[in-house]
Ligand binder design. Structure first.
Ligand SMILES: [Cu+2]
Length: 85
């Protein structure tokens, strides 16, 4: 999935697609297509990308079902959800 260009000033459209659905055991890869650094950090603490530099990537595998809201710790307006049915 993409962290879109100009996402610093966006909210629920900063990550695309949002929400995203992935099967149990599936992997989501975030690619930072913006010109500034971002993170993908679960509100629950279940995962955290650390800083993703421009053009950088972060992958996370979801071993169990749940709903995982996350945000960018650098730009708190940026929010998304991974759904694992
Ligand atoms: Cu950000």
């Amino acid at each position: 999935m993409s962290i879109v260009s100009g996402s610093s000033t966006l909210t629920s459209t900063a990550y695309a697609p949002n929400p995203i659905t992935v099967a149990v055991g599936g992997t989501v890869t975030w690619t930072n297509n913006d010109t500034t650094a971002h993170t993908a950090t679960a509100n629950s603490g279940a995962f955290s990308s650390g800083t993703i530099a421009p053009s950088g990537k972060f992958s996370m595998t979801f071993p169990s079902a749940g709903s995982f809201p996350y945000r960018c710790t650098l730009h708190p307006g940026m929010v998304g959800t991974v759904t694992v049915p």
